[in-house]
Structures are given as structure tokens and as C-alpha cells.
Design a protein around this ligand. Structure first.
Ligand code: ASP
Length: 451
């Protein structure tokens, strides 16, 4: 990205304009207006018939859905280019090795902390105890849940699961958008590119650089539409969900927020004490991806913005950022992991099932594993969550309890997932002592922040 072609200079001018436009403020205004308009048309006030409201909601969400579709359109090429270049781009294979292994260990560590917080806080608040057990038994039957016995059966045998993570055919992975496989394929290609003679690697690397710049240019255009997209998406969610559904689930929702807040505080602690940065400055610089992931409920769709922000606003060394962000957007989902644990524990409480330590340990492992496999798309956690819940014997009606508010909670956990990736990048840069080189800083200075 060091050669500034006229086109990329022009693109940077556009980015500058976006920044001066205070895009983040517009996105927040879109978010608030969307909530208000959605609440007006939602089921609570009953001003408009449900069917008409749903139809209007669909139209309001149209720009947002187009925005999401287009931004996802660039995700596959961008992830491949970023991850492969993240590994092969820097000439320093030792640094890459150091970053790669440390990042993976760090991901597992933070996810374990997040899930433990989820389990601890949910046990403490005991939200399931606030539900009327009589009504539950009457309307939903009794649970046959047997966590200890069944949790282990959720997935195929471990060796098969591990083999299943690897891509057989990279083209098929790309076509089906299987992000985990794509990331693994890109890592393998990146490592190989680093190993072969420089003159042989150069053509492919040049292509990847070009792919990365092109996809980022598309993201820059799309970002202009973010405020309108966010407005429509939020209006549509409120029209569908409404406020009233929150009432009965207050204790559960409070628990969820307490867990998310605890993880967020843990992050800020890391930012301050480990990365050595001021948390307020961190939040200021990281706010665009935070808001955009909140509105889109998709780590993958936000990934390009997260990457750009990490490099250009948080000023993280590209060797770290380009590796951490795309990989993190796929496998590092602390919010999602903690959410899975909260849900299972909450429903166990609702159905009056006590979980012992061994079951809790299995729950911890499953939640970590599940979050790695969760796609970074809206409601991505649901597929795996349903599998876990059904296999532990929660009656399908029980699922309805958590599903009713999942859409809203998804926004918060996705924003946390995305924040976690940016925190990782700053922490890793510091731990590994990989501050930008003067050349990288000079190169970055030529670029203009996205927003
Ligand atoms: N929507 C989340 C994400 O993209 C995944 C999930 O928790 O459903 O990060």
C-alpha cells in the first residue's frame, strides 16, 4: 500500500472528507432515530397494524440489507488478502511466528475469562429463579435436560471435529463463505509464501496487495451509507421486537448486560495495564467499528472497518493488525462465548436443573469451542446454541424464551466481539514489542483515517 496511485490518493481524499463529516456521529444519529421510528411503529404503541408495520420495516431495512450484502461481498477476498499478507507481507518470519502463536494463546485466554465471568455472574444473579416455575412447567413441560451426560455428545468425536475444521477445497470454502476454513487456507498460503524464494512469491503478493486495496476502496464507498443503513436496520428490529418482550425477561437481560459490562471492563483493564494506552482514547478511536458492529450484528461485515481503524486510528503495527483482526473476527468472539454460557445456565435454572462443577467445566469448554465455530453474521450464534440446547434436553418452547430477545442481545455481543479484536491487536503489539517501524509510521501517515 506504499505506492500511492492517483486513484488511491483520490480515495484517501474521500476518506478525509468522511472523517471531516464526522461519520461516527451520523451513525449514532441514525441509530437513535432508527430506534425511535421503530418504537413508534412497533407492537407496543399499536399505532400501525402489525402487517403494515412489518412491510414498512422491510423497506426501511432495505438500504441496510444492501449495505450488509455489499460489505459481505468484499469480506472473502479481503480476509484472504489480509491474512496471507499479514503473514507473508512482513519479511520478518520470526515476528510472524511470535505473533501467530501468541495471538492464538491469548484468544483462548480471554475467551476463557469471558466465559468464566458469564458463568459466575449468571450463577450469582440466578435469573432463571425469577421466572414463574409453575407457568413454565404448565406451558413448556418439564425438561429432560441432562447436561453432564449430553453435553459431551453435542459434537462428533474430537479428532473428527479437528479434521473437519480444515478446508479440503479452498474454492468450495470461498464459495460457501466458510470463514474458518478460509482463514485456515489463507494462513497456510501465507506461511508458504514466506517460505518460497522472494522472486517467486512476489507476483502473488502483488496480486494480494492489489486485492486488499481494491476491497478497502469498496468499503470506503459503502461507509458513506452507514448512517442510513443503521437507521433502517434498527427501525426494523424495533418494529419486530418491541419493548414489551423485555419485561418478562428483565432478570435474564440484566444478567446478560452485567456479563457484557464485566468483559468490557476486563478489556479496558488490559488496554490500560497491558497495552499501556488510555482507555478513553482507545474508545474514542475504536468507536466506529464498535457502533457499526452493533448496528450490523456482524463481526465479518465490520471486519474491513475494524482493520482500517486498527491500523489508522489505533495506529497498531500492520504486522499485528492484519493478522489479528481478520483471524479474530472469525474465531475470537468473547461476547458470543459468554452469551452461550449465560443462556445454557439460565435455562438450566428455569427448568430447575442444578449443574455441578464437572458440567460447568464442560459448559466452559463447549462455549469456547462454539464461539470459535460461530460465523460472524447476525444470529450466527443461534445455530450452534440451538444444537447445544436441544442436545442438553431443553424443550423447544424453552428456546423461544431466549430467541425473543436474541436479535437485540446480538448487537451488544457483536460489538464486544469486535472490541475484543481491537484490544487484542493493541495488547499483542505491546506484549511482543512490535511497535511500528519508522517506515511503517511514515507510510501510515500518508493514509487517511477511514472515519
Ligand atoms: N453476530 C455475532 C457476530 O457476528 C455472532 C453471534 O454471536 O451471533 O460476532
Amino acid at each position: 500500500m506504499s505506492d500511492q496511485t492517483p486513484a488511491s490518493q483520490e480515495e484517501n481524499q474521500q476518506l478525509k472528507a468522511l472523517m471531516n463529516d464526522r461519520l461516527w456521529l451520523k451513525v449514532i444519529i441514525g441509530l437513535v432515530l432508527g430506534l425511535m421510528v421503530g418504537a413508534l411503529m412497533g407492537p407496543d404503541l399499536g399505532l400501525i397494524g402489525r402487517d403494515s408495520a412489518a412491510a414498512i420495516g422491510g423497506w426501511l431495512a432495505l438500504p441496510g440489507n444492501l449495505f450488509l450484502t455489499m460489505i459481505r461481498f468484499v469480506v472473502v477476498p479481503l480476509v484472504i488478502a489480509s491474512v496471507a499478507l499479514g503473514i507473508a507481507g512482513g519479511e520478518d518470519s520470526q515476528a510472524v511466528k511470535k505473533v501467530g502463536i501468541s495471538v492464538l494463546l491469548y484468544f483462548v485466554f480471554t475467551t476463557t475469562v469471558a466465559v468464566s465471568m458469564g458463568i459466575f455472574i449468571t450463577s450469582l444473579i440466578n435469573p432463571g429463579g425469577y421466572m414463574d416455575q409453575g407457568i413454565i412447567a404448565e406451558t413448556m413441560g418439564t425438561a429432560t435436560m441432562n447436561v453432564g451426560q449430553n453435553l459431551g455428545l453435542v459434537d462428533a468425536p474430537m479428532p473428527d471435529v479437528i479434521v473437519g475444521l480444515f478446508p479440503t477445497n479452498p474454492m468450495a470454502s470461498m464459495a460457501s463463505g466458510a470463514m474458518l476454513e478460509i482463514v485456515i487456507a489463507a494462513i497456510i498460503f501465507g506461511v508458504a509464501l514466506l517460505m518460497i524464494p522472494k522472486h517467486e512469491a512476489k507476483p502473488l503478493k502483488d496480486v494480494l496487495v492489489s486485492v486488499q486495496s481494491t476491497t478497502m476502496a469498496i468499503v470506503t464507498w459503502l461507509m458513506r451509507f452507514a448512517p442510513i443503513a443503521v437507521f433502517g436496520l434498527l427501525a426494523n428490529v424495533m418494529i419486530k421486537v418491541g419493548f414489551s418482550v423485555f419485561a418478562g425477561l428483565t432478570a435474564y437481560i440484566i444478567t446478560f448486560f452485567a456479563v457484557m459490562l464485566a468483559i468490557f471492563i476486563f478489556y479496558m483493564f488490559l488496554v490500560y495495564f497491558v497495552a499501556g494506552r488510555n482507555p478513553i482514547d482507545f474508545i474514542k478511536n475504536a468507536r466506529e467499528p464498535m457502533v457499526i458492529s452493533f448496528s450490523t450484528s456482524s463481526s465479518s461485515a465490520t471486519m474491513p472497518v475494524t482493520l482500517k481503524t486498527t491500523e489508522e486510528k489505533l495506529k497498531v503495527n500492520p504486522t499485528v493488525g492484519r493478522l489479528v483482526i481478520p483471524v479474530g473476527a472469525t474465531i475470537n468472539m468473547d461476547g458470543t462465548a459468554a452469551y452461550q454460557a449465560v443462556v445454557v445456565l439460565f435455562l438450566a435454572q428455569v427448568f430447575g436443573i442444578d449443574l455441578g462443577l464437572p458440567e460447568i467445566a464442560v459448559l466452559l469448554a463447549i462455549s469456547i469451542g462454539a464461539s470459535i465455530g460461530t460465523p460472524g453474521v447476525p444470529g450466527g450464534a443461534l445455530g450452534i446454541l440451538l444444537t447445544i440446547l436441544i442436545s442438553v434436553g431443553i424443550p423447544p418452547e424453552g428456546l423461544a424464551i431466549v430467541l425473543s430477545v436474541d436479535r437485540i442481545l446480538d448487537m451488544f455481543r457483536t460489538s464486544l466481539n469486535c472490541t475484543g479484536d481491537m484490544v487484542t491487536a493493541t495488547v499483542m503489539e505491546r506484549i511482543l514489542g512490535l511497535k511500528r517501524t519508522p517506515e511503517q509510521a511514515a507510510e501510515a501517515a500518508k493514509e487517511t483515517p477511514l472515519v
